[in-house]
Design a protein around this ligand. Structure first.
Ligand SMILES: C[S@@+](CC[C@H](N)C(=O)[O-])C[C@H]1O[C@@H](n2cnc3c(N)ncnc32)[C@H](O)[C@@H]1O
Length: 238
């Protein structure tokens, strides 16, 4: 079907399965109105979600955990196109509800689950073999007008708290675990990770990391913000 005629959920599903392009403005019509407006700033595009699903599937992933899954766009598009499982962790209850609804709309609820909570509810490491991080805590640094809503704590202190917790989690993930960052996650990768892919998704860096066999010495990190990591350069950790 020509791209500009794709409209209903069934047509979107068929197009995604066939590898056809689906415009975000078409996909986003299936989200509740206030969430459509936030899409450009907050939700992964259909094109990038498809790419991430393919990277992780090709790298051997079977179940991906999206930390801060919003209304489930990455999880649902990834489950349809890559045909692997996704788990979304999201602290806003109304986004979890929207995400479950989206998964049901596309009939992929058997492959996509959502957990409501923050990093306290981070699942057991055996429950996934890949992570997706679309700058999940960045909102804590935005000006109030750019916040999604005020249903959760948003603060600079929270940003630093969550980054510290996530850096600790990253250190302890099982060898072979893949992690995709989209515009970074605000923190640093332990030196035990290897950068396997790096490219631009629009203006944002999209990177695939993999946890190695050995835990990293405490003083070795990859800094995602470092100039040396831009535009596909792969360098030694410092
Ligand atoms: C930039 S959006 C990304 C949404 C989704 N991963 C995507 O790519 O479309 C970040 C999401 O993380 C959620 N979030 C932020 N901090 C969180 C935390 N500490 N625990 C769980 N979810 C969080 C926000 O509510 C928001 O939905």
């Amino acid at each position: 079907m020509p791209t500009d005629l794709i409209d209903t959920a069934d047509e979107i599903l068929e197009a995604l399965r066939d590898g056809q392009r689906v415009e975000d403005r078409v996909f986003d019509r299936l989200l509740p109105m206030p969430l459509r407006k936030a899409s450009y700033q907050y939700w992964t595009s259909v094109r990038v979600a498809t790419r991430v699903g393919a990277w992780l599937r090709d790298g051997g992933a079977r179940r991906v955990l999206d930390v801060g899954s919003g209304p489930g766009k990455l999880c649902v598009v990834g489950a349809i196109t890559a045909r692997i499982e996704f788990v979304g962790l999201e602290h806003r209850a109304h986004l979890v509800e929207a995400a479950r609804h989206l998964a049901t709309t596309f009939g992929v609820q058997h492959r996509v689950k959502f957990i409501q909570g923050d990093l306290e509810a981070f699942p057991d490491h055996d429950a996934f073999d890949a992570l997706y991080l679309y700058n999940p805590f960045g909102e804590n640094l935005f000006l109030p007008n750019d916040h999604l809503d005020d249903t959760v704590e948003i603060s600079r202190a929270r940003f630093h708290r969550e980054i510290r917790r996530l850096e600790t989690i990253l250190m302890t993930l099982r060898p072979g675990t893949q992690v995709v960052t989209h515009n970074g996650f605000g923190g640093r990768f332990p030196g035990s990770y290897t950068l396997e892919r790096s490219e631009r998704a629009g203006v944002n860096p999209l990177r695939l990391w993999r946890q190695g066999e050995r835990p990293s010495p405490d003083d070795q990190y990859w800094d995602e913000g470092a100039e040396a990591l831009r535009d596909g350069d792969i360098t030694e950790p410092y």
